[in-house]
Design a protein around this ligand. Structure first.
Ligand SMILES: Nc1ncnc2c1ncn2[C@@H]1O[C@H](COP(=O)(O)OP(=O)(O)OP(=O)(O)O)[C@@H](O)[C@H]1O
Length: 545
């Protein structure tokens, strides 16, 4: 059975093939055979139903959004399609042909499916070019690889996509943004190769924009439009409703593993989509905090230089949330890692309280001792131990408060349970492996882990990426409350809505320097966006001056 969207809201199209009138109809789709027709998909993990009798139809030439709260089953659906999970039950047709799941490894490409998974699916110890060509080279059967020709092709390809990537760089050493772009280029090339002249295919993008600053998203959307113009389709998973409304034709909303409804995007307001996703409306978020500019300075950064950062000096007050933003390559996203000693920097000093640190010799250990905490964007790699239970992950940082640990296990478990409930991590079971949590729930657990330590200076990079609209608001409130208690927070983000919701002040970076400071009433989504777009000109003017 399929729940349907409220009748007073946007017109539900159910899950039947066919394009409703009023939708930006993909050419010829009304009569066309669906690219994907899923019926009755059910998947359980250890008795818990992650997907329950799900139907989904994606039409040719359509961008279809897949929405839902954290843990509602979106990635599981995608991993079933990719052959990673074996479903309990499903009927699947691809381009009208019945297909038996799970697909043998690697065979989804032959059926015209291509994926960008949430974790991007790249091998970090290999180079950019090896990741790009991995599958083709493995399947080519040739014993010799002409690396010079491969490099030429890679440069040409990156040029065509307007991305600047070094083919020989190790994937481990490139930025999160570049990794996302690489995965997108690889998958897009995959679908082009698979769909050829008139075969129809599906590019599946599971939260592809979380690592992409605004202009990266625009580049991705241009790629998506190009794909659907050529009659292939895209399944697009995102928590960003602006993006969803901009790029999708229809959306299907999952709630607790079941289809809540499928609607024509153009006929739904943002409020209606929110209500379909979380089952309630969001109240206007007002986080009025006292002005922190007169409070004591919590940290001063002087002359910071490092990869992407040319000369940066700023201070942050106790109780202040300071935002850092900019375009790709402006350096804003490097700052939290450089200050924490997680990436090597060339020069600079930081004063925290009474202590002064040469940033060149900063290490995470010293940073922690100085009262800093870092919540990185790449939670799977940098923020956690995936195979350990959620509870252990959350208590790692405060083990010292529970000594001897063998005798305090029950207290630790109680505390981690409390935190899971407070941060609405689902399922709230401290004994489950951290990696079995959905992406957004991992992020909530990570925030809980660090915020409980009440660090005097908290460094954040894209703190709500992958988090659903309801939980995101809860996180904004938590950050605001932490600041009110005196915590100084530095938040690097390209999410202007997030910055405007939580920040007292925002520094816009261009070419590694501060080009604009916004404070008070200037900290709005529109004003931040405007200044970021102007930052190239501002950075150039600054350089000439
Ligand atoms: N390998 C696994 N083992 C156990 N449970 C799992 C596993 N993978 C997913 N789950 C559970 O299945 C449910 C659906 O997870 P899924 O990752 O599909 O959610 P999602 O909608 O993609 O969420 P998000 O928006 O946070 O990425 C969650 O309760 C999750 O904990």
């Amino acid at each position: 059975m399929t729940d349907q969207a409220p009748t007073s809201g946007p017109r539900s199209t159910g899950t039947e093939p066919g394009v409703p009138s009023g939708a930006p109809a993909p050419a010829g789709a009304a009569t066309a055979v669906p690219v994907i027709e899923l019926r009755g998909l059910t998947k359980t993990f250890g008795g818990a139903k992650a997907l329950d009798d799900v139907d989904l139809t994606v039409l040719p030439g359509e961008v279809h959004g897949l929405l839902g709260e954290n843990g509602s089953g979106k990635s599981t659906l995608i991993k079933v399609l990719a052959g990673y999970h074996t479903p309990d039950a499903v009927d699947l047709k691809i381009n009208g042909e019945p297909v038996k799941l799970p697909l043998p490894a690697g065979s989804f490409g032959d059926l015209g499916l291509s994926f960008v998974h949430q974790d991007l699916g790249l091998l970090r110890d290999l180079t950019v070019i090896e990741n790009l060509r991995m599958v083709d080279l493995a399947q080519s059967g040739s014993w010799r690889i002409d690396w010079r020709a491969e490099r030429r092709r890679a440069y040409q390809l990156f040029d065509d996509y307007g991305v600047s990537l070094d083919p020989h760089a190790l994937v481990n050493d490139i930025s999160e943004t570049d990794r996302a772009l690489l995965a997108i280029v690889r998958a897009t090339e995959g679908i082009k190769a698979a769909t050829g002249e008139d075969r129809r295919g599906l590019l599946v993008l599971d939260e592809p924009t979380v690592f992409l600053p605004r202009e990266g998203t625009e580049r991705l959307f241009a790629i998506v439009r190009d794909i659907v113009a050529n009659h292939a389709s895209v399944l697009f998973v995102s928590h960003d409703l602006d993006e969803v409304r901009q790029i999708t034709d229809r959306v299907t909303v999952l709630r607790d593993g079941r289809v809540h409804g499928t609607v024509v995007t153009a006929e739904a307001t943002e409020g209606q989509l929110v209500e379909m996703i979380i089952g309630r409306r969001l109240a206007q978020l007002e986080l009025a905090r006292p002005d922190a500019s007169g409070r004591r300075i919590a940290a001063t950064v002087d002359g910071l230089r490092g990869p992407g950062v040319r000369e940066l000096s700023f201070e942050v007050h106790e109780g202040e949330v300071l935002g850092l933003t900019g375009l790709i390559g402006s350096g804003f996203d490097q700052v939290p890692y450089l200050l924490f000693g997680a990436r090597p920097c060339a020069a600079g000093e930081m004063r925290v309280g009474d202590a002064t640190f040469a940033l060149r010799s900063m290490t995470p250990k010293r940073a922690l001792r100085a009262g800093l905490a870092l919540i990185p964007a790449d939670r799977q790699r940098d923020g956690s131990v995936g195979s350990l239970p959620i509870g252990d992950n959350m208590m790692l940082q405060v083990l010292g408060d529970y000594q001897p640990a063998q005798l305090q296990l029950r207290r630790m478990r109680r505390k981690s349970q409390e935190l899971l409930n407070e941060y609405d991590v689902r399922p709230p079971d401290p004994g489950l492996a951290y990696q079995s949590l959905s992406g957004g729930n991992q992020q909530k657990a990570l925030l809980a882990k660090w915020l409980q330590t009440e660090p005097p200076l908290l460094l954040l990079h894209e703190p709500t990426q992958g988090v659903d609209v309801g939980a995101r608001e809860q996180i904004f409130r938590t950050l605001s409350a932490s600041a009110e208690r005196g915590m100084a927070i530095v938040c690097a983000s390209s999410d202007y809505e997030q910055l405007s919701a939580v920040c007292d002040r925002v520094l816009v970076l261009g070419a590694g320097r501060i080009v604009r400071e916004l404070s008070g009433g200037e900290v709005t989504k529109e004003r931040i966006a405007e200044q970021v777009y102007n930052s190239v000109t501002l950075a150039e003017a600054e350089r000439v001056r």
